[in-house]
Design a protein around this ligand. Sequence first.
Ligand SMILES: Cc1cc2nc3c(=O)[nH]c(=O)nc-3n(C[C@H](O)[C@H](O)[C@H](O)COP(=O)(O)O)c2cc1C
Length: 178
Amino acid sequence: MRLLVAHASKHGATAGIAARIAEKLTASGHDVTVRPVTDAGDPAGFGAVIVGSATYMGHWLKDAKAYIREHQESLATRPVWLFSSGPIGEAKVDKEGKDLREATAPQELPKLLASVHPREHRVFFGALDPKHLTLPERALRKLPASRELFPEGDFRDWEDIDAWAAHVAAELEQHNPL
Ligand SMILES: Cc1cc2nc3c(=O)[nH]c(=O)nc-3n(C[C@H](O)[C@H](O)[C@H](O)COP(=O)(O)O)c2cc1C
């Protein structure tokens, strides 16, 4: 099947997750195109679509939201999966003991779910390299409370990402055997 993996990434971590998902789906026998959302175009030519965005200050990047808005009709009529790249740090749960991947879902998630009815939305741990940050982001990280919130490092869980890609491939296989 022709698959599109479209991503919105400010500093590269989400693009890396998208590339890994594309690699796994290609290995499952699919014809996969991986593109930034700004360059992904109309999803109409694809059998299924995966859209992912980094989460900043609780929100998906605006290009990702614009992509969903612009192609809502097309996306709503084909199998779609969404993912977000967000939490950073070693902790897997928040202060209340809630799985951080649930606690950090983007605020517009209910709207995203209602507009394109994805099969699933998944949050993956992300990465932060201070060298890539913008000046305002650097200033924010200098605030005492922010050090803890925005730790440096690559926290992407490749096993978790690979397992999800395999799960997407299995669902595609179940509905549309190759
Ligand atoms: C200024 C700033 C704000 C962030 N806000 C959030 C947030 O609200 N929720 C979250 O889960 N992650 C947040 N993060 C972490 C990023 O989402 C994470 O580093 C992500 O993997 C970055 O993806 P990118 O490199 O593709 O842009 C923030 C990071 C920075 C630097």
